[in-house]
Ligand binder design. Structure first.
Ligand SMILES: [Cu+2]
Length: 462
């Protein structure tokens, strides 16, 4: 496979190398399962194609350096285990030598996870435990591998029903595709372990893994996670100073601690929690710290069943790749991310302060329809905070005080401001507003038709 002269073949925007020099010009899909075709003689290459003809090049500047290892706030980073043909035991945080396979051992399991601070906190979810990691999570641990490496997934199923793992966007061989009933005719039964065939991902970039068994339920209960295939080296000029993963998910559940119901009824359906890395903004543990001059990369994967419009305040967000491939570097203020999409967005930290990055669907910056204290955005929100800028207020632990107070409620702050459910009245279909105290299992306490300003509640008549 010959390299293509960069200057003649590539548009000017196609300028970032996200391809490991080690994999440029490397093997074909047919031989990829037999081991990585890593050629150190290609280390100086500036362009090439992968086995599917995808082109890469590198017009960055400066010396070749190791990439920044991305982090996933609230979620573990998982390098797996390097299984090598000889006795060597290399550091799994470094690119694997020849003859090694990077094995990710994941257990699908049900557990409870704190998701929000209000009006409910904890749900029972399904997610993944990485071998040797402290706890399961949804999204599951972020897998890290390097370009040209041979990788393998092993899954143990501790769910109450069968499951599979599909790797999303990685050019895996068909028998490693994990689609229940199609490429994996027999899914992994309860309490069973399955080793998927090893393979070499086609290129570096941001990808994911998720269940592909009864996906409408299993994915939406949390069986997903991100997978970053990093270049072994990249030019200094394209190296990120801060590199964070964000998985977008939506969880709805009926009462404190109950199981997520992807297509539930009532509260679970109407007032779900829009999250990043399994947490609403108020439960995220605090801002992401950056400093003036940083090149900040955000890797997004939308694991939910809705589109999200991801918006950064105070900076342009530059789209540098989509689904593992470089794209024209358009400066955006909002990037729409469809279900299943991966994007890499970057911005230069040149405007000190505390800036939110959030979905611009207005109700996705709320927990249900509840904003945070003093009206702060929560839900699918994160804060980038510059070192030295005034501190962000303490974590938002309660919902916004109500505009109006219901005299029938002794604790106005417990009125779930926006839990307004239109129900059928005994007399037929009527827009009946039911106000509900927040919190699990609290019965409906006020029921009236229509909605109006406090002191002037009107009855809507047919
Ligand atoms: Cu959204």
């Amino acid at each position: 496979m010959s390299l293509i002269p960069v200057s003649r073949k590539r548009p000017v925007w196609f300028h970032r190398l996200r391809m490991s020099p080690a994999i440029v010009g490397a093997g074909t899909a047919a031989n990829s399962t037999a081991g990585p075709a890593i050629s150190s003689s290609n280390a100086a290459a500036v362009g090439g194609q992968d086995q599917f003809g995808t082109e890469y090049e590198n017009t960055g500047t400066g010396p070749m350096v190791a990439p920044t290892i991305p982090t996933t706030p609230s979620v573990s980073t998982y390098f797996g285990q390097l299984m090598c043909t000889n006795a060597q035991q290399p550091d799994p945080q470094q690119p694997a030598p020849d003859g090694c396979t990077r094995v990710f051992t994941l257990t699908a399991v049900q557990f409870t996870q704190p998701i929000a601070n209000f009006p409910m906190k904890t749900a029972t979810v399904w997610g993944y435990q990485g071998e040797g990691l402290p706890a399961p999570s949804t999204p599951g641990p972020t897998l890290i591998s390097y370009g040209g490496e041979r990788v393998q997934i092993r899954e143990t199923n501790k769910l109450p029903e069968p499951s599979t793992i599909h790797v999303h966007g990685l050019h895996q061989p068909n028998d490693a595709d994990g689609v229940a009933g199609i490429s994996q005719p027999t899914p992994i039964a309860v309490d069973q372990t399955f080793s998927y065939p090893a393979f070499v991902p086609g290129h570096v970039g941001t990808f994911s893994y998720h269940s592909h068994f009864d996906g409408a339920v299993q994915e939406q209960r949390g069986l997903d996670g991100m997978w970053d295939v990093l270049p072994r080296q990249e030019h200094q000029s394209v190296k990120a100073d801060v590199d964070v993963n964000m998985t977008l998910q939506i969880f709805g559940w009926e009462k404190e601690g109950s199981l997520v119901q992807p297509f539930g009824t009532g509260v679970a359906k109407q007032f779900p929690f829009d999250t990043i890395n399994g947490k609403t903004g108020d439960a995220s543990g605090g801002p992401i710290t950056i400093k003036q001059g940083d090149r900040v990369r955000i890797r997004i994967y939308n694991a939910s069943q809705q589109t999200h419009a991801m918006h950064l305040h105070g900076h342009d967000e530059v789209v540098v790749s989509k689904n593992g491939h470089a794209v024209p570097q358009v400066r955006e203020t909002i990037q729409t991310v469809n279900p299943g999409d991966f994007y890499e967005l970057e911005f230069t930290a040149n405007n000190p302060g505390s800036w939110i990055f959030h979905c611009h669907f207005p109700h996705h910056t709320a927990n249900g329809m509840n904003s945070g204290y003093n009206g702060a955005p929560v839900g699918m929100t994160r804060i980038f905070h510059y070192q030295g800028a005034p501190d962000v207020p303490p974590p938002i632990l309660q919902r916004r005080p109500l505009h109006v107070q219901d005299p029938q409620l002794s604790h106005p702050h417990t009125l779930h401001r926006s839990t307004i459910i239109y129900r059928n009245s005994p007399k037929g279909r009527r827009g009946r507003t039911v106000r509900r105290r927040s919190g699990p299992g609290v019965p409906l306490v006020v029921s009236r038709s229509g909605r109006g300003p406090r002191g002037g509640v009107r009855r809507r008549r047919r």
